[in-house]
Write a protein that binds this ligand. Structure first.
Ligand code: HEM
Length: 216
């Protein structure tokens, strides 16, 4: 018996874009008609890059949606975050293997010389420790440090969206929409942090008053 039937559905939905992509790549490999346009490598890079940003933004939306609308989705946040890493790895792998065929001299030169790629690389590098520390046992072991480390997701998403903005060729509307969503999510984060802090200091103040009343 599957305890949580929603989880396999979630995995299927998250995997679907990559399954479609692998199918198209298979058709391309076999010289059959495909949807990867006349420049398949560029198409694959754009496709996987776009899905990485989408999953990053979805994973950042889980907590606000759960808190505001009382959705029981917090338990899926980790899986969604890992899918962002999965698509980012496909994005980097495609660049490394299909685009540059492991030519490390060219790859490193490209990353260090083109600021857009430097931003992308920083974003991807910051995503690695977050993915590695996503197992239940590591989360337990790290305690509060895990929460601190995983705040990096906001920083890396900023780098990723700047990279997205700089990399896009014609229409900057999508990266601007991505940046606007991230601004709203960051605003929510600051707002909830401040309201938590003021609630805590109000509690302390009323505690102090009670103490004063008892003493006097
Ligand atoms: C978390 C990390 C990253 C994210 C979220 C990301 C996302 C994106 C997005 C959204 C695009 C533009 C897609 C479009 O035009 O629609 C893009 C393009 C691109 N990215 Fe990344 N990226 C990341 C890391 C990297 C890294 C590490 C590299 C390689 C070092 C890289 C190489 C590229 C290249 C070469 C393009 C342009 C493809 C083209 O010719 O159109 N990205 N990326």
């Amino acid at each position: 018996m599957i305890k949580d039937f929603k989880r396999p559905i979630l995995h299927l939905i998250c995997l679907a874009p990559s399954l479609w992509l692998f199918h198209q790549m298979w058709l391309w490999y076999n010289f059959a008609p495909h949807s990867l346009t006349a420049n398949p490598i560029e198409y694959i890079t754009d496709f996987t890059g776009d899905w990485t940003v989408r999953f990053l933004l979805i994973s950042l939306s889980v907590t606000p949606l759960a808190k505001i609308f009382k959705f029981k989705i917090l338990k899926y946040r980790r899986a969604i975050g890992l899918y962002a890493f999965y698509y980012a790895s496909l994005h980097f792998l495609n660049y490394m293997v299909l685009d540059y065929f492991f030519d490390w001299t060219l790859i490193l030169e490209d990353i260090f010389k083109r600021p857009a790629l430097t931003f992308g690389m920083i974003g991807f590098t910051l995503l690695i420790p977050l993915a590695i520390t996503s197992t239940k046992s590591i989360i337990k072991k790290m305690g509060k440090n895990w929460i601190k480390l995983h705040r990096l997701v906001y920083v890396l998403t900023i780098f990723a969206i700047v990279h997205n903005y700089m990399m896009v060729k014609a229409d900057v509307l999508i990266p601007i929409i991505h940046a606007s969503i991230l601004t709203v999510l960051l605003g929510y984060r600051v707002f909830s942090y401040k309201s938590k802090k003021s609630k805590r200091s109000n509690k302390q103040l009323s505690g102090d008053r009670k103490h004063e009343a008892i003493v006097s």
